[in-house]
Design a protein around this ligand. Sequence first.
Ligand SMILES: [Zn+2]
Length: 208
Amino acid sequence: MGALGSGRWVRPTRKKTVTGCVQLDIRQLARVGALQPGTWLWVPVLDCQLEVTEHGLVSYRHDRQAPSTPPLQGPQRLPVLWRVCRFGGQRPIFQCPTCPRHVYLMYGETGHGWRCRTCAALAYPSQWESALLRQMDRANRLRRRLDSDNCLMFPVPQRPARMHRRTYARLVALIQRHEGGLVPAWQNQLQADRAQLTQLTQDVRQGV
Ligand SMILES: [Zn+2]
């Protein structure tokens, strides 16, 4: 095994929906010729080293502070299959280590190793959903303090006659703050939904 820091550096894309989750694209690895057996790939974000073998990738996680110690996690095998293309040649594809899917992208997260998007995303959309619902709930509760029938679908109610102007201004500012936070949360949810849809479409095409 090569020393830590030797071999190629993988510059992974951070998956925005999950903190600490990085993406490994087999098409990109093939493009840069990194799928030659004997190659070592280094994923610094995860303190992880990947060995390219005849049958796929083998992942080891090391302690950054003490690189000479045995791996913290691993070996985790990421089998690579070579599919024959219709017009000649072969293209590589990962076999997810935790489900039967064949995918181009693997997502790595400390504590979970590498998984396909479906396996990795399972635990996460609910977090986005709950973040979104929490924001909506807070905004709605504040709106109901101004008018018991009001909700997000309607304009912010006028100041109730019994309420101080200062209290009203504070509540409106809070409503705006919570509702302002909904836009990025919605965008994240939409992004997660779109990713899931792309994966589903890909699976249907591939007959997985
Ligand atoms: Zn999977």
